[in-house]
Design a protein around this ligand. Structure first.
Ligand code: GLA
Length: 378
């Protein structure tokens, strides 16, 4: 977590008084990728890397925020209909507008924020930013009235309406509901969820960040979602969650090859999540790992959200005997999530660092995973 002392002193320097600190984390996802907007299951956990904001009401109708990491500031009025142009600050603006729409009387405030979630790594730094402000403003102006799921949906609505990414609920859900030491299985259709203590004896989870960034803002993510919606509509179900293999095959002739392959990935991923739940109950991490590799294959070949650098990282993982590896998050770059036997861990990290550097000239970043808590006052 970023040094809160530093944020407090920056706040004091800029605004001449004290503020209150809030934090919301990024997330990992063990399995269940691109299933959330298809009404399926996801298996995320919050991480320790977070966005932290020091916030205080200022008695006016003006919002003044300063992003320490970017060295940029932004001001807007609460009633402003357009909002800032910079995408980064639109997350804060969108959350303010959506909280007001949900009945929280947000007034002017000052804020300073920063974080340690690698940007564009597929660890949901934008969801963390939304959740941090949603949690903080609901606390300061709404007396904590809105529950965590409502706040998660406010974050998601911000992406949809103010940023233009038609994301599912996984990232904001995980950032709001995370619990130290536990992964969560969320049914994205019903909103029901369960905590799964994550204590894989003899194994470690580690992310390898390729540092290759492809922004989700724009079409590729939304295109995938639209493909799935077209198939669901043709089959006559609300989402692909309710589409069987038979139903998919029965409409195959009326689908483009691309839409067919997108749906085939989603149906396969539904089955894999259930296989993983079963394997986790038995402590069978080898099966969990095999399913991760299969997810990667589907994401690369059918869903087409991987890239050369990430495929290389997954191939290296396999070559080095890693139990499971796949691209994580929305895709188009970012990081791989790897389930590695403890005995192989140091060797894997050293080899992958070196081979990635010699192939692409980039220092990949190794990010150890510690499952942490969700949004909170700090
Ligand atoms: C992004 C989105 C999520 C989810 C993942 C893919 O992180 O924000 O809603 O769709 O991609 O699983």
């Amino acid at each position: 977590m970023i040094d809160t002392v530093l944020l407090h002193s920056e706040f004091q320097k800029r605004f001449g008084r004290e503020g209150v600190a809030f934090a919301a984390p990024g997330r990992i996802n063990l399995i269940g990728e691109h299933t959330d907007y298809n009404g399926g299951f996801v298996f995320p956990g919050a991480v320790e890397q977070s966005i932290t904001a020091v916030v205080s009401p200022n008695g006016s109708d003006k919002v003044n925020v300063y992003a320490v990491d970017l060295g940029q500031e932004c001001s807007f009025r609460i009633g402003d209909q357009q909002g800032p142009e910079s995408v980064h600050f639109r997350y804060v603006y969108g959350v303010v507008r959506e909280l007001i729409a949900a009945g929280v009387e947000v007034r002017g405030f000052d804020a300073v924020y920063g974080g340690d979630i690698p940007l564009g790594a597929g660890m949901s730094s934008s969801a963390a930013l939304e959740c941090c402000f949603a949690y903080a403003l609901n606390d300061l102006f709404g007396g904590g009235r809105l529950d965590r799921m409502t706040l998660a949906r406010i974050g998601q609505a911000t992406e949809h309406k103010y940023v233009g990414v038609m994301c599912g609920i996984m990232d904001q859900f995980a950032s709001m509901h995370g619990r130290r030491g536990s992964l969560m299985r969320l049914d994205c259709r019903s909103g029901e969820y369960e905590y799964y203590p994550w204590n894989p004896e003899g194994y470690k989870l580690v992310l390898v960040n390729s540092r290759v960034k492809h922004e989700l803002v724009g079409s590729p993510y939304n295109d995938r979602r639209r493909s799935c919606e077209r198939v669901a509509q043709l089959v006559g179900v609300e989402t692909l969650r309710d589409c069987s293999w038979q139903q998919l095959e029965s409409v195959k002739g009326s689908l483009s090859d691309e839409d067919y392959r997108r749906a085939r990935y989603v149906l396969g991923e539904k089955d894999r999540v259930l296989t993983v739940c079963d394997a986790l109950q038995k402590g069978d991490y080898e099966t969990v790992g095999q399913q991760m590799y299969l997810t990667h294959k589907g994401l690369a070949e059918d869903y087409e959200v991987s890239c050369e650098e990430i495929d290389f990282l997954v191939d290296e993982a396999r070559r080095l005997g890693v139990t499971g590896s796949r691209i994580m998050g929305g895709g188009f770059g970012g990081c791989t999530i790897n389930l590695v036997k403890e005995s192989l861990f140091d060797g894997f990290v050293a080899s992958v660092r070196q081979s990635f550097k010699s192939r692409f000239g980039i220092d990949c970043q190794i990010v150890p995973v510690v499952i942490g808590d969700g949004a909170r006052r700090v």
